[in-house]
Design a protein around this ligand. Structure first.
Ligand SMILES: C[S@@+](CC[C@H](N)C(=O)[O-])C[C@H]1O[C@@H](n2cnc3c(N)ncnc32)[C@H](O)[C@@H]1O
Length: 501
């Protein structure tokens, strides 16, 4: 939690400097409107409540409202922080309002979440945070609600975050439940992540609590903006020239300390892309895995679940360099279009090189039967709960449920089986998720391969090399690779590497 607070210390918009003066005024005389950054944050919170994704809705609205620089950073921290920590802030709101949270209007609750985040986890002076939250409430929730928000905010601001955490966990005997409250994660997610840390060999029972606390803290910290230079289309040097810093984790990566990645020409032109460094390493691992002799000629690569096209972008550009035809498949039409767009630069390079990139719109479960043994490298980046990318998707932890794991596990098995069918003898298959949940990772792979004798599990760990070419440490017991945000600074990506006999 202290990590969250340290990283969340965005400077507030300039108008907060006049808040000291305003706090001496009577509430009826105070500002009736808040600033555009807070209003934008509120609007995005409401969109997220209707099903939008914060990481898509926020940049769009910031662009529309022409909010840039420090104010954009402030709005981003507000939305991400208030959304991630909404479970905790709702508990505090209920205490402060002396009523169950489901008896607080959801629109008013969003205003309180934003206010609580400013007071408890950001550097905004308390009086400014309370005044601005009341001004926002008056503007978007109405005058009656503003009085309620004022009372709730004043009670919340009577204690520091640490003091509140003591209060709300005082009667909680179970340490895992207390950790879930403190770090604002659903209990089932905390339990699943604890099991994953042990099951992937990252922790033993004695070290699990400390590892878990570090992992959950990293879920609440702002993730850096990572960029990938697509081989043959852009270089890390070009990204560095544009203001990024070369990644130490990924050979094709760079990290953007500040600014809009869309302003970098290579990103705008699809020659580079925003992409987690773990995803970059994973795509590079698939491209470099050793194949059996029978797969070395007439190569053809497949990304079975490609949308929106991040890993396909890296794989396709490498395939073009090697003059290998590449197929990206996606079941969702809109996402298939996104793949088409992100592969536009690689597709142009493919035409020039006399090779092909095809974007296919269809169900990956059918490809094994439609095109048996047609591909030499196959990536199955399966749809999953995304429990490994919670820091980038602030609302995800509240949207997912344990039932999703069971539904997805069936689809994951079917996609993996189809991918194996589509692979030629000697070819390699990568099964990946951005979740470390055991039921989506190891158990899927073990279950599928125990019913087959045409595939063997390979050690994926030697394929993970950092920017200097050194083996990436702490990848688990193998043969799988499991990355962790608190260890590698990447999303918690999982990879199983298989070879077709
Ligand atoms: C984890 S995402 C893939 C991310 C992608 N590889 C990237 O790096 O950008 C999983 C994708 O699988 C797609 N999907 C879900 N069911 C599918 C199916 N039956 N066949 C093919 N794709 C499917 C989803 O729409 C989603 O775009």
């Amino acid at each position: 939690m202290s990590d969250e607070r340290r990283r969340g210390r965005q400077r507030p918009p300039a108008r907060d400097r006049s808040a000291q003066h305003r706090s001496a005024q009577r509430p009826s005389e105070r500002a009736r409107r808040t600033d555009p950054a807070r209003l934008t944050a509120y609007t995005v919170m409401r969109e997220v409540a209707q099903g939008a994704y914060a990481n898509l809705a926020l940049p769009k609205l910031l662009r529309e409202k022409r909010i840039h620089g420090r104010d954009a950073g402030f709005a981003t921290e507000l939305v991400y922080g208030a959304t991630r920590l909404s479970g905790l802030y709702d508990t505090l709101a209920a205490r402060a309002a002396d009523r169950p949270v489901d008896r607080i209007d959801p629109r008013v609750l969003d205003t309180i979440r934003l206010g609580a985040h400013q007071v408890l986890s950001m550097r905004v002076p308390t009086h400014a945070a309370v005044d601005e939250t009341v001004a926002l409430a008056r503007q978007v929730n109405g005058a009656g609600a503003a009085g309620f928000v004022n009372a709730v905010m004043r009670r919340i601001s009577e204690r520091s975050l640490d003091e509140w955490l003591e209060v709300v966990t005082a009667d909680v005997a179970d340490p895992t439940e207390a950790l879930a409250i403190r770090t604002s994660h659903p209990l089932w997610v905390v339990k699943a992540l604890r099991a994953a840390l042990i099951g992937h060999g990252r922790a033993v029972v004695d070290t699990a609590e400390a590892e878990l606390a570090a992992l959950l803290a990293s879920d609440n910290a702002a993730a850096k903006v990572a960029l990938a230079a697509r081989p043959g289309l852009a270089s890390v040097a070009e990204l560095v020239e544009a203001g990024a810093e070369a990644s130490t984790t990924s050979p094709v990566g760079a990290v953007l300390p500040e600014g809009d990645p869309g302003a970098i020409p290579a990103v705008r032109e699809g020659r580079a892309a925003v992409q987690d460094e773990g995803s970059q390493l994973l795509a590079l691992a698939i491209a470099t895995a050793e194949m059996g002799e029978s797969a070395l000629t007439g190569e053809r690569w497949l990304d079975l679940c490609a949308g929106p096209g991040g890993k396909a972008g890296l794989l396709a550009s490498i395939a073009v360099q090697r003059r290998i035809p590449f197929v990206a498949n996606e079941v969702n039409e809109h996402r298939a279009q996104l793949v088409q767009q992100t592969l536009a630069a690689a597709s142009a390079a493919a035409r020039e090189a006399g090779t092909t990139i095809e974007v296919r719109h269809g169900d990956g479960r059918e490809i094994g039967e439609l095109s048996p043994a047609a591909y030499t490298r196959v990536l199955i980046d399966a749809p999953c709960t995304g429990l490994g990318a919670l820091r980038r998707r602030p609302e995800a932890r509240w949207r997912r449920s344990p039932g999703d794991v069971a539904t997805l596990a069936t689809l994951q098995r079917e996609l993996l089986a189809s991918g194996i069918e589509a692979t030629r003898s000697g070819g390699v298959i990568g099964y990946a998720t951005c979740s470390p949940h055991l039921n989506e990772t190891k158990f899927v792979v073990q279950d599928v391969i125990k019913k087959r004798d045409d595939v063997e599990l390979e050690d994926a760990r030697p394929l993970f090399r950092d920017a200097a070419g050194a083996p990436l440490p702490d990848l688990g017991d193998g043969p799988y690779v499991q990355l962790w945000p608190h260890v590698h600074g990447t999303d918690a990506m999982f990879l199983a590497l298989l070879r077709k006999r």
